[in-house]
Design a protein around this ligand. Structure first.
Ligand SMILES: *Cc1c(COP(=O)(O)O)cnc(C)c1O
Length: 366
């Protein structure tokens, strides 16, 4: 495998999905597995499906197209509210989309009629996180205007928290969502199939038994992929945190000073880095950098290595404590946080190596 590369342990993802789906199921909550951070990686989606998620959700049409082209057979939910310019493609490609703008829903309605389809919409309400969604007072009128449109069907209502404002899902804001659902059901005499309350930030509320029982749908990405809830990034019981591992190769291994020599000004990224004087150290230069991954979000799995900094193509490590065991050409491994995973999966310079039972899933890539 050409370095750098990221290994994707499909069994761990399947296992994580099974754990999260199991918890949610006990509380009457159906789970859509969110693949956006993997750019719609089909083997990841398939592992989630084996683990019991009921549908696959992604924020980008290109990712959903990629999944469908790879033969991942599922219902698809578009997470990012559609662009007005892409409504036709949305109806063609996905079964359900999250929405908050009437003009876009009208576009979906027209496209659905042209394609002779029924497109399902989840109307989003903003309960304070200040990303997508109608403001609470405007939700009922959005329902009123949507309900009369041919070709679209209201599948439910939903809210998204902890993504922009960092607002934590609580019994209060979830109850507010339920109240709005009740109001809509009574006013319009309809049954909402989904009351879609949470993402990975809501697992604590479920486990503590404080999730209102009417909340019946969740959209979960990070907890399945990285094995943590997302309000404090605590490892979730019964899940693995290391389904993804970044591998990079040592290009240069030399004893050099720990502090630059000469007058210093800005580095390649306009920063003025500071260095701690530890005398002479053994420095390893690796072939991964800012063009490959958010280097602030990676951590060496071996605690004897310390990241010193990075440029677009290099990562510099202090490996003094383990220098004797290292050679040029060795691979070092790193864990990734959400941001690092997103950037590494998006970078064309980082090869992706799915593993089954710890081994490469594709013979041609070994
Ligand atoms: C990304 C996203 C999710 C998944 O969030 P995680 O924290 O990865 O579980 C859920 N819902 C919406 C609307 C999203 O954009």
């Amino acid at each position: 495998m050409m370095t750098p590369y990221i290994t994707i342990d499909l069994q761990k993802i399947e296992h994580n999905a099974r754990t999260i789906v199991g918890l949610c199921k006990e509380h009457g909550i159906e789970v859509s597995g969110v693949t956006k951070v993997t750019c719609g990686h089909s083997e990841v989606a398939n592992a989630m499906l084996r683990g019991g998620v009921s549908s696959i959700a992604d924020s980008r049409l290109q990712n959903i197209q990629r999944l469908k082209d790879a033969g991942s057979d599922a219902n698809y939910l578009l997470l990012r509210i559609p662009a007005l310019s892409e409504v036709h493609k949305v109806v063609e490609l996905v079964d359900v989309s999250l929405n908050s703008e009437l003009i876009v829903i009208e576009g979906l309605s027209k496209s659905a009629q042209r394609l002779n389809k029924i497109h399902e919409v989840v109307l989003m309400v903003d309960l304070g996180d200040l990303r997508e969604g109608a403001w609470q007072d405007d939700l009922v009128s959005l329902v009123l205007e949507t309900i009369i449109l041919p070709g679209v069907r209201i599948k439910g209502i939903g809210t998204n928290l902890a993504c922009f404002g960092g607002v934590v899902p609580s019994e209060q804001n979830m109850n507010r969502l339920v109240e709005l659902a009740n109001e809509i059901e009574q006013t319009f005499m309809l049954k909402l199939e989904w009351i879609s309350g949470i993402n990975s930030s809501g697992l604590d509320l479920i486990a503590a038994g404080h999730m209102p029982k009417q909340i019946n749908h969740a959209r979960i990405g990070e907890a399945i992929l990285l094995g943590c809830e997302t309000t404090q990034r605590r490892p979730w019981p019964g899940t693995s945190q290391d389904a993804f591992v970044l591998h990079a190769e040592i290009l240069e291994l030399k004893k050099k000073p720990s502090v630059p020599v000469g007058q210093c000004s800005e580095d390649a990224f306009g920063q003025r880095p500071e260095f701690e004087d530890r005398g002479m150290i053994v420095r390893a230069l690796l072939n991964v950098g800012r063009e490959d991954v958010d280097v602030e979000g990676i951590k060496p799995l071996d605690a004897r290595y310390n990241i010193l900094g990075a440029s677009s193509g290099y990562l510099a490590l202090d490996v003094t404590q383990a220098a004797k065991s290292l050679r040029v050409g060795d691979e070092l491994v790193f864990s990734l946080n959400y941001s690092a995973l997103l950037t590494a999966m998006s970078s064309e310079y980082v090869n992706k190596l799915p593993l089954i039972a710890g081994h490469s899933a594709r013979v041609d890539e070994v």
